[in-house]
Write a protein that binds this ligand. Structure first.
Ligand code: NAP
Length: 487
């Protein structure tokens, strides 16, 4: 079975989630253990219309913790009353359940356990449970949902329940129970997938590693550059102590650089992919692995870019609140009074600032839109064209507006000799490099001769092969949701 097939829900769409009319509803479900998970599971099962019987080593003491509708009894008593038993006990204590092997024979055991480390044991917990109870059928499932998710109802938290087992019938039964509880069962195949399922809750943001390192790397480079220009240069050349600038000013000149460059890095791989397609005259040639990886991380890179842009907005908003800023204002006012300067209004400066703040706000607004529509729940409500329009067209507009924001901020500083500290050009000039390359490439790709060729390639035309084409008038653009084969 392919991975795509495995990701499909086990049950068809005709049954509503939590529909009490399904055959699973109303049956008796057993739960071994009376801890956090067992309690939340029992509450959810009861509210989904199941009868619940809990098996505890000490039922008298634990009964008060469960809903009144759930029966709490000794372990052996509980498992006798049902065919499906959730084992809500840690792996370390599985062996203490061995006395129940006879009563558990022929029954379905649902292993919900997790480990504390990735690949902690040689065999998965579910396989270990199956080896202890060979006469029972073990199904791995529900370990990716937390006790909190179970209690918070169908609307909150992760809705997917990954299920695997060597027994199709048992898997179907557990999937049906999950669906009645309001979850979406996902078939992960046979028991050999249990290890993978058990590792899922332990992974720490796997898709975010590369984008986070990229953002940190860029932050470090720009921070050092700005530190040299804003703090070290005045100290060495004029013996002025500007260390106070580090926490806010230097950070605030670094954040927009990272945000802007990261935003352009969302669109650069699409440009490189288009170059490759144009060069080889086909869309069927695999991209190099690094480009493939880059294309797959665009969403995370874009979200980190938005995060830095949002922080930049907050920092900028707070700039006038600083004590240093107030002192500088008073100092300037006093100087002007001493020099008897009356008119300090510089028309050009006023316009520059009005424009760059305004376009900055628009750019941030557009980036918020990109970030919101990249959330799965929102993205799922859009069709492909809407998603592509927002992520591709509006995303590119956000990049162009961010470039206007940078240019109006920098204005003529690139041509001012005094701005070259230690011969280092102003930071904004460096940040323009990648975004301007992307914008230029996009403009070139929009030239009719190149655009037509790219469109033909993306519809399957290949250099050196004769295929008659009638091009529709529909527009084709790069989309953040595309895979390497259809960028
Ligand atoms: P817990 O609060 O510590 O409960 C474990 C339960 O195991 C105890 O209440 C105990 O119930 C029972 N047990 C049976 N034999 C035992 C023994 N020999 N020694 C100690 N306890 C024994 O743990 P939990 O958080 O509910 O987790 C239970 C299982 O669910 C674990 O495998 C965990 O990985 C999995 N899980 C938990 C969560 C979560 O959010 N908590 C999420 C996903 C998966 P009695 O005293 O009544 O027998």
């Amino acid at each position: 079975m392919s991975r795509g097939d495995m990701a499909k829900p086990l049950l068809g769409h005709q049954r509503l989630e939590g529909d009490p009319s399904t055959p699973a509803a109303g049956r008796t479900i057993g739960v071994l253990g009376s801890g956090d998970f067992a309690r939340s599971l029992a509450i959810r099962l009861v509210s989904s219309g199941f009868k619940v019987v809990v098996g505890s080593r000490n039922p008298k003491r634990k009964a008060g913790l469960f809903p009144a509708a759930a029966e709490v009894t000794f372990q052996a008593e509980a498992v006798k009353k049902t065919d499906v038993i959730f084992v809500a006990v840690f792996r370390e204590h599985y062996s203490t359940l061995c006395d129940l092997a006879d009563v558990l024979a022929g029954k379905i055991l649902v292993d919900v356990s997790n480990n504390s480390e990735i690949n902690h044991h040689k065999e998965s917990n579910a396989e270990y449970l199956a080896s202890l109870f060979p006469a029972s059928t073990v199904v791995k499932g529900f370990n990716v949902v937390s006790a909190w998710t179970l209690q918070s109802g169908a609307r909150d938290g992760n809705k997917q329940v990954l299920i695997c087992s060597n027994n199709q019938e048992a898997k179907r039964t557990v999937a049906e129970i999950a669906q009645v509880m309001g979850f979406t069962p996902v078939d992960m195949g046979c028991m050999s997938s249990a290890c993978e399922i058990e590792n899922i809750p332990l992974r720490l943001l796997p898709a975010w590693k590369i984008p986070i390192f990229l953002a940190l790397g860029l932050f470090l480079c720009f921070f050092t550059y700005n530190l040299i220009r804003q703090v070290i240069h005045p100290y060495i050349r004029e013996q002025k102590n500007k260390l106070y600038k580090i926490p806010i000013e230097v950070v605030n000149t670094t954040l927009p650089c990272v945000a802007y460059v990261m935003l352009s890095l969302v669109y650069l791989p699409g440009v490189l992919a288009a170059c490759s397609q144009l060069y080889y005259g086909t869309k069927y040639r695999r991209f190099p692995d690094w480009l493939d990886q880059w294309l797959q991380h665009r969403k995370q890179i874009g979200l980190l870019s938005f995060f830095c842009a949002a922080l930049h907005a907050v920092y900028s908003f707070c700039l006038p609140m600083r004590r240093s800023h107030r002192y500088q204002l008073i100092e300037t006012a006093v100087k002007q009074a001493v020099e008897k300067k009356m008119n300090i209004w510089v028309e050009e400066e006023v316009w520059r600032m009005e424009i760059y703040i305004s376009v900055g706000i628009i750019a941030l607004g557009l980036m918020s839109l990109l970030a919101i529509t990249s959330l799965p729940s929102i993205a799922n409500s859009l069709n492909w064209r809407e998603f592509s329009f927002i992520q591709s067209t509006l995303g590119f507009v956000a990049l162009v507006i961010s470039t206007m924001h940078t240019l109006t901020y920098g204005w003529s500083r690139a041509f001012d000799e005094n701005q070259y500290k230690f011969y280092l050009p102003p930071t904004y000039t460096l940040t323009l490099l990648v975004p301007c390359t992307v914008i230029l490439a996009k403009v070139i790709f929009s030239l009719p001769c190149i655009r037509q060729r790219l469109l033909r390639i993306r519809r399957g035309w290949e250099k050196g092969r004769y295929v008659k084409f009638v091009l529709p008038s529909a527009t084709g653009e790069f989309s953040s949701g595309e895979t390497s084969s259809n960028v």
